[in-house]
Write a protein that binds this ligand. Structure first.
Ligand code: SF4
Length: 235
């Protein structure tokens, strides 16, 4: 178990080094990053993680933090079950389920345990574009201008205002997680951050995972009420 978690910790360390190097070069050549301490607009976005990362998160959370993650996990499942579309799921996730319970007084209370997506999401535009409601409330003309600016920005993927090269560096964490899961379990589990973190804290679920028994793990997730095909994926 410790060896498994160390692989994830090392992947996070490598990411920090490589992303810092990239950021230094990017800002030295005039590039701007609009993320700063105290900004948490992105902490109400849905987050995709590997079970390997959730296991790492669980290993660093206090019991009350874990309880809050579990409470939110059930809300995520309920939202998935009752949403008629991805757009509805996404909007309700941000507006009704709201901010991650690990956000305390405007800061991530589990900064060292946060998953890849929380580490590699950086804004190339003013942070108001990350806030819920900003893009949704742009007029058609404003939205066309936003798209034009995104397309011409050298650090985005041309679709959104997030900095793509940092997400590319973050992809190496997912590669490490993928390999670690395959080697240790013979299977991979990916899905929602809060649901997987609640499952990673469940002994019976994790016993099945460590034994490579995917069907048994799925049965346990169903018994816990933490199962939805679009929220947890086994492969
Ligand atoms: S883990 Fe931390 S950074 Fe990630 S969404 Fe939660 S509060 Fe925000």
């Amino acid at each position: 178990m410790q060896e498994f978690l160390t692989k994830i910790a090392r992947a996070y360390e490598r990411f920090e080094q490589e992303s810092n190097t990239w950021l230094k070069s990017y800002t030295a050549s005039g590039g701007q990053v609009f993320c700063k301490a105290g900004c948490f607009h992105c902490c109400n976005l849905p987050i995709q993680v590997s079970l390997a990362e959730s296991l790492y998160t669980v290993s660093r959370l206090e019991p009350e933090q874990q309880k809050a993650m579990q409470t939110r996990a059930y809300k995520v499942i309920e939202n998935a079950k009752t949403s008629e579309s991805w757009d509805m799921y996404f909007e309700r996730h941000r507006q009704e389920i709201g901010y991650c319970p690990l956000l305390e007084n405007g800061k991530c209370s589990a900064y060292d345990a946060r998953p890849a997506r929380c580490r590699d999401t950086f804004s190339a535009f003013d942070s108001r574009f990350c806030a819920v409601g900003t893009l949704e409330n742009l007029s058609k003309k404003e939205h066309l201008e936003y798209q034009r600016q995104v397309r011409k920005h050298p650090a985005t993927d041309g679709q959104t205002h997030y900095i793509q090269p940092l997400e590319d560096i973050g992809a190496s964490i997912w590669e490490t997680a993928s390999q670690a899961m395959r080697q240790a379990w013979g299977l991979e589990v990916w899905g929602d951050f809060w649901v997987l973190t609640a499952l990673a804290a469940d002994e019976t679920f994790m016993e099945a995972i460590w034994a490579g028994q995917g069907k048994k793990a799925i049965s346990r997730a169903k018994a816990l009420g933490l199962w939805h095909l679009e929220i947890v994926q086994f492969s």
